[in-house]
Design a protein around this ligand. Structure first.
Ligand code: PAF
Length: 280
């Protein structure tokens, strides 16, 4: 696997692959890679002959009181893992390479509407930072396909909107959520959890399953949402939201039953976990 720290080096390699007629798949990450990320590499490999992963902890998508400083940075282990999982190129730019004018002076990309709800409401500016860095990464890597995990469901929808609206010639491939045996969605943030918190964390997935059963049993959606929040709060979480939306993230009517998704964001101590489940 080749590693690139600059856009110029990366582009030279991607151009060479494309001259050979090879399709390029892309998996953007913030590093600290786990089995969930490696499943994205495998999926990218099914759609492209060459796969590039990026590792960049993007400062513009963290709020002032969030975990940017302590976000785990494990580039050497990530490079080894990527090579073992058949990745062809690792792009690990510095902050000045990504933001040549410095953060605070960067051109920003804002996706309207869909970013006002759920995580967008609880993490103001987060999706502006995500859209800004992903637009840059797409322009730097110039892939044919890019893979995004469905755990970050709202992020996936934001990226689909961005690609369509800015006419990036990139196919977006959604990847299924990778889970531990007890149902907890894999996340780099799981390692912040104490042993006690880790034992409680699968309640998020259990609650999503209960929400699905309640929807199928015909209960009203507002009651299901408030029961889910109460159940998680009682288990020791501080719930940001436990909500049922349409797949396009608009709000459904109380008796709607099809095309729905349940989404949860909840904190255990200072660790914020998110997860979701399609309800049909
Ligand atoms: O999902 C992530 O890891 C990040 O939000 C992404 C897409 C790599 C942008 O920084």
């Amino acid at each position: 696997m080749d590693s690139f720290a600059t856009v110029a080096e990366l582009r030279a390699q991607v151009r060479a692959w494309k001259r050979e007629g090879l399709r390029v798949g892309f998996v953007p990450t913030m590093g600290n890679l786990h089995a969930g990320h490696y499943s994205l590499i495998q999926l990218a490999r099914e759609h492209a002959e060459r796969v590039v992963a990026s590792v960049f902890v993007n400062p513009t998508q963290f709020g002032p009181n969030e975990d940017f400083a302590r976000y785990p940075r494990t580039l050497d282990a990530d490079a080894t893992g990527l090579a073992e999982h058949g990745c062809d190129g690792l792009f690990a730019p510095s902050v000045p390479e990504m933001y040549p004018f410095g953060t605070g002076h960067e051109v920003r990309v804002r996706v309207p509407g869909i970013t006002d709800v759920l995580d967008g409401a609880h993490r103001p500016g987060h999706f502006d930072g995500v859209a800004t860095v992903v637009a840059r990464l797409f322009n730097m890597v110039q892939p044919d396909v890019a893979v995004f995990g469905q755990k970050d469901y709202q992020q996936l929808r934001v990226i689909e909107y961005l690609v369509r609206d800015l006419a990036f010639p990139i196919a977006i491939i959604p990847a299924p959520i990778a889970r531990a045996a007890d149902g907890l969605a894999l996340s780099s943030r799981n390692q912040y959890l104490s042993a006690t918190q880790r034992a409680v964390a699968p309640r998020i997935h259990e609650t999503l399953l209960a929400m699905r059963a309640d929807v199928q049993a015909g209960r009203g959606l507002p009651d299901i949402e408030s029961d889910a929040s109460a159940r998680l709060n009682a288990a020791g979480f501080a719930v940001d939201y436990a909500a049922i939306h349409r797949a396009d993230l608009t709000r459904p009517d109380a008796d709607e039953r099809t095309g729905l998704i349940a989404l949860i964001a909840a904190r255990l101590g200072s660790t914020r976990l998110i997860d979701n489940l399609r309800l049909d």
